[in-house]
Design a protein around this ligand. Sequence first.
Ligand code: URA
Length: 189
Amino acid sequence: MKQNASKQKQLDEIARQIENCDECKKDSIGKAVPGEGNPDARVMFVGEAPGKQEAASGRPFIGRSGQLLRSFIRNSGLTEEDVYITSPVKYLPKRGTPSKKAIVHARELFFKQVDVINPEIMVLLGKTAIYAVLEEEIPVLKEHGKILERDGRKILVTLHPAAVLRFPLKFKALFQQDFEKLKQIIDTP
Ligand code: URA
């Protein structure tokens, strides 16, 4: 519990840095969305950038794709309080999708969050998360469901829930399979 409180304090300090960073805010709209969840989470979900509802509220993944993500999290036996949910880019880009420059800039504070939380498993939701974490572009549809290792952590690559919402017939089953993989990893002590 003590460790949890100190981790939360460190995360609050990073959130303050995000709120004070002019470069993070450049060409963006709305509030900073640093992330939310358990500072001691075993599993960290990494998205792209806030959408309109997130930028209006300051909370990650609360719009339609967030509801989908959160329902898959619950169905895999986790609760939202067990995990940490964030996106590498912390502000809604004016142009919708974050530029590579914005992703590269966002890495520093994002990785500070990762260092504090120190999750055992990171779930990368789509190509921005992959680029932010792995520093390379890998084809999501080809690599989804694979478990990679980085810095002693397991990395599960999957689709962004917005893609699943957009093309449910094509992608929902793939997303489901990937969450089953996640469940297996979680259940393995
Ligand atoms: N999409 C993301 O990638 N992150 C959010 O917080 C919301 C939607």
